[in-house]
Design a binder for this molecule. Structure first.
Ligand code: NAD
Ligand code: AHE
Ligand code: ZN
Length: 430
């Protein structure tokens, strides 16, 4: 098939809000800097439903949605050196070229190399799509378009992973799970851990360009500590997360879908003392306990504004809050339930075109911090393989988020189930 057009099945969104149609799609061969991937498993994330709804300013139709998936490289275009046919990969909507201003800044996981093209549904090279149905071009989506048996993505948008990893599980590491846990890998905790074991050390700065791993660092740290003076410089290059939840923190998570539950799991790992889950769907409460949520609040059970309810429950507010819904009034509530002086609120949910956030500036003047993040702050190509490793070592949950297994032909049912609730990740296999 290398160099040839592949005809395969894909779910095409012809128009906003209209059921997807399984079509025979022509997938052109990858050009320079591109790879063609045989997608084996794809999950449905709320963002797919958001774009399908027509409220995404970057949503173009007809298109092939889907961005949380795993597959195998079928062929590669000219000049592609980092992956080859047969490699197991996870497509990454947030690219990582390692050359652009963003990648080199050390301050963000956003990448600028192909973003202009992925935002308008085309490939960077010729600003055209590689998909067509009977000659009609079909737009790409988020640079991934995984609701297709084959897709073409930029080489900077695939992470090569351990071929032993089960693709039907690790496909979730393409979006929702990293987005949640990413905010919470706690460097402060790593520091404390080291200090507890090495009381003679007073300052620790972690220096590493690789993703850090407490387990792996431990022997290294004790070796250095035995031979050097009392200050060790350890620095975090690749890991740059948004909110470093410290042990003992009180955390509020608004929205207990996959993203919110992954936030809770991360908060638990970081040692949060209380994790308050807020959702209007009470079905989420039982399952949320398994992800570390210690208390539940259903806004429907209260007359007071939800921020007031949380402030009253927490002696003045939470240390960290996360909005994992995409609702601008809840974003405001999430900020305003933070503790005066230091509380930090992170926006994770994606809100529709035209929606805006607001609050009294006094909220910020009095020390609350408002932030947002994409893909949990993870650098995709560098850190997705590491997340896969962590899953393989049982250090992060993935299986627990999968509530339904469907086929690609049942993709509309997956959207219906997502809207009905009572599900987390719905997996489609080809
Ligand atoms: P989901 O639909 O599985 O979960 C959303 C949850 O919010 C549901 O449990 C729902 O009952 C609850 N909810 C809805 N309205 C509510 C309200 N008013 N008050 C309280 N709870 C409410 O969605 P998901 O896949 O977990 O995604 C969550 C959000 O995160 C979406 O907006 C999605 O687009 C966004 N997202 C962002 C990123 C990123 O990188 N920033 C990545 C993935 C997803
Ligand atoms: N096109 C949307 C943007 C939505 C958005 O913010 N997407 C997140 C990922 S959501 C994954 O489920 C993201 O990565 N944002 C950073 C980026 O570069 O897009 C809109 O509303 O305009
Ligand atoms: Zn997503």
């Amino acid at each position: 098939t290398q160099g040839q057009v592949i005809t395969c099945k894909a779910a095409v969104a012809w128009e906003a809000n209209k059921p997807l149609v399984i079509e025979e799609v022509q997938v052109a061969p990858p050009q320079a800097g591109e790879v063609r991937v045989k997608i084996l498993f794809t999950a449905l994330c709320h963002t797919d439903a958001y774009t399908w709804s027509g409220k995404d300013p970057e949503g173009l139709f007809p298109c092939i949605l889907g961005h949380e998936a795993a597959g195998i490289i079928e062929s590669v275009g000219e000049g592609v050196t980092e992956v080859q046919p047969g490699d197991h990969v996870i497509p990454c909507y947030q690219a990582e070229c390692r050359e652009c201003k963003f990648c080199k800044s050390g301050k963000t996981n956003l990448c600028g190399k192909v973003r202009a093209a992925t935002g308008v549904g085309v490939m960077m090279n010729d600003r055209k799509s590689r998909f067509s149905v009977k000659g009609t071009p079909i737009y790409h989506f988020m640079g991934t378009s995984t609701f297709s048996e084959y897709t073409v993505v930029h080489d900077v948008s695939v992470a090569r992973i351990d071929p032993k990893a089960p693709l039907e599980k690790v496909c979730l590491l393409g979006c929702g799970v990293p987005t949640g846990i990413g905010h919470l890998v706690s460097m402060v905790e790593l520091g404390k851990l080291i200090l507890n074991h090495q009381p003679s050390i007073s300052i620790i700065i972690l220096i590493t360009s690789a993703p850090y791993d407490t387990g792996k660092m431990a022997p290294y740290i004790s070796r250095v500590a035995a031979t050097t003076p009392s200050i060790i410089l350890l620095c975090l290059g690749a890991v740059w997360n948004t909110a470093k939840v410290e042990a003992g923190s009180i955390v509020a998570v608004f929205g207990l879908g996959t993203v919110g539950l992954a936030v809770a799991e991360g908060a638990k790992t970081a040692g949060a003392s209380r994790i308050i889950g807020i959702d209007i769907d009470s079905k989420k409460f039982e399952i949320a306990k398994n992800f570390g949520v210690t208390e539940f609040v259903n806004p429907k059970d209260h007359d007071k504004p939800i921020q007031q309810v949380i402030v009253d429950l927490t002696d003045g507010g939470v240390d960290y809050s996360f909005e994992c819904i995409g609702n601008v009034s809840i974003m405001r509530a999430a900020l305003e339930c933070c503790h005066k002086g230091w509380g930090t609120s992170v926006i994770v949910g994606v809100a529709a075109s035209g929606q805006e956030i607001c609050t009294r500036p006094f909220q910020l003047v009095t020390g609350r911090v408002w932030k947002g993040t994409a893909f949990g702050g993870f650098k995709s190509r560098s850190q997705v393989p590491w997340l896969v490793e962590k899953y393989m070592k049982n250090e992060i949950k993935v299986d627990e988020y999968i509530t339904h297994n469907l086929t690609l032909a049942e993709i509309n049912k997956a959207f219906d189930l997502m809207h009905e609730g009572g599900c987390l990740r719905l997996l489609s296999h080809h």
